[in-house]
Design a protein around this ligand. Structure first.
Ligand code: SF4
Length: 471
């Protein structure tokens, strides 16, 4: 019997480490002792393990991930007994090994020999061990995964597309059908009990020619439209709605009327259609209207920004969603679109280790401005036009003006509008001459308000910049 330690670095994430959950089952089938923990535990570090597996996620968690790997580096007889896999490991093998000579596992565990066992190619198809991610059954776990009441599954692997901002084509280069959803759900239910919701992590489900069959299977395991989950509460039956979430989103380019109809037959909530590029405006609008016509009520759409977009087209994409919401209301549809702006960070290269990358058409202040607006809206852009226009402005020009405001003025906009501060600031800026205004803008764009005196000796400009120091 071997002693196996599974570690997920302690970044904040919603979804549990599925790869580690499968490795746990694999080793338990070999009768090994398996412990899972999130982050750095002095108690676990103090033991010697036969193997330590460490999962990785986004490359911008570089510091935290490397710190975690180094923390456990003396807890094995040799650093090569530490196996690091997942997204960051696949993308940054060389960089990680320059820091510490651990074993890097790239891509999926669906090929022989990646872990040095004869049958390790089966791991990707194995039942994930849900017991390790529940605090009730794992005394080493303090973290709470908010979706621990979901079946987590894939019907497919890979993607047919190669979007430049996405790691999927590198990690899962081949698009294939995986094992049946019905089989996965049954196995999870038999071993870990019934779950309320179904979370599907397919990268591009619509690319599967088996899509109609997948929908049939989803319905057959109790996730048809209107499906209920029965909870027993003190002997009383409570009926809760069940939800299916294709979490990685649906590719609007592959969405036909028939596929939308099939989606509307399951308990889908939310439907996620990415709106990453303004050039897909027409197709996006067409598919979202189709969703409303098919009676899909909740749409939750990622809006990528800071990539090759401009702040103006980012605003336009958000506004399109708000206008579609108004249109639905006018036409008596119950559908609502919630937009989730998602800041682009490179997945390789010099800027991938943190979240400081600034896109070609953005600057630090614009990015911070968006962050401040989203602080006030809790990261979501809701369907109401009135709220949208207050937070983001009535048009793209006003949006840019808002982004340029001091943080305090963005987050507590009502206070500064009502007490007249906002008007005073606007008037003061208007009173500057062209050269002063250009100098002011240059400093604001950099979003660096430390040592203002070294950046300007113009009293009018430095007085304005004082407002930018207040957090
Ligand atoms: S369609 Fe989605 S999953 Fe596929 S490459 Fe593009 S972003 Fe990635």
């Amino acid at each position: 019997m071997k002693n196996i330690l599974l570690i997920e670095p302690d970044y904040k994430n919603k979804y549990p480490p599925l790869g580690l959950m499968k490795i746990s089952t694999y080793h338990k089938q070999k009768r090994d002792k398996v412990v899972f923990c999130k982050g750095c535990s002095a108690e676990l570090k103090g033991q010697i393990w036969d193997r330590i597996y460490i999962s990785t996620l986004f490359t911008f968690y570089w510091n935290k991930t490397i710190k975690t790997i180094k923390f456990y580096s003396k807890s094995v007889k040799h650093p090569s007994h530490i196996f690091v896999g997942g997204v960051m490991a696949t993308l940054m093998k060389r960089e990680i090994q320059n820091e510490i000579n651990v074993t890097i596992i790239q891509g999926l565990l669906n090929e022989k020999g990646k872990l040095g066992y004869k049958d390790d190619d089966k791991i990707d198809y194995i039942l994930p061990d849900y017991s390790i991610i529940r605090r009730e059954s794992n005394s080493f776990l303090e973290y709470f995964y908010p979706i621990d009441d979901s079946y987590i599954a894939y019907a497919t692997r890979g993607c047919i597309r190669k979007c430049k901002f996405c790691a999927v084509p590198i990690i899962e280069p081949h698009f294939t059908n995986s094992i049946s959803i019905a089989k996965q759900v049954k196995a999870i239910k038999d071993n870990f009990g019934e779950k309320r919701n179904l979370l599907l992590l397919d990268n591009n489900i619509l690319a599967s020619e088996e899509f109609p069959k997948i929908i049939d299977e989803i319905k057959s395991v109790g996730f048809e439209r209107g499906a209920k989950y029965i909870l027993n509460e003190n002997g009383k039956k409570v009926y809760l709605n069940r939800y299916v979430d294709f979490n990685q989103g649906i590719d609007s380019r592959l969405l036909t009327k028939e596929k939308m109809r099939l989606l509307s037959e399951i308990a889908i909530k939310p439907l996620r259609i990415a709106f990453d590029d303004i050039k897909y405006k027409d197709i996006y609008i067409e598919k979202v209207r189709l969703a409303a016509e098919c009676g899909i009520k909740t749409l939750s759409n990622y809006i990528l920004f800071n990539f090759m977009d401009t702040p103006e087209d980012f605003y336009e994409r958000l506004k399109i969603n708000v206008e579609l919401n108004e249109e639905f209301e006018r036409n008596g549809y119950k559908s609502k679109i919630w937009s989730f702006p998602m800041k682009y960070s490179p997945i390789t290269g010099e800027f991938c280790k943190n979240r400081k990358y600034v896109g070609t058409y953005w600057n630090r202040k614009y990015l911070r401005g968006v962050q401040c607006i989203l602080l006030a809206t809790h990261g979501v852009v809701g369907p109401k036009k009135q709220f949208f226009e207050k937070a983001f402005g009535k048009d793209a020009k006003e949006f840019i003006k808002i982004l340029m405001l001091p943080e305090n003025f963005i987050i507590y906009r009502n206070i500064h509008l009502n007490n007249g501060d906002r008007n005073t600031l606007d008037d003061t800026i208007k009173s500057l001459n062209k050269e002063q205004r250009n100098n002011l803008m240059e400093i604001i764009f950099s979003n660096n308000f430390n040592n203002i005196e070294t950046q300007t000796n113009d009293k009018c400009i430095s007085d304005i910049l004082e407002l930018y120091k207040i957090k």
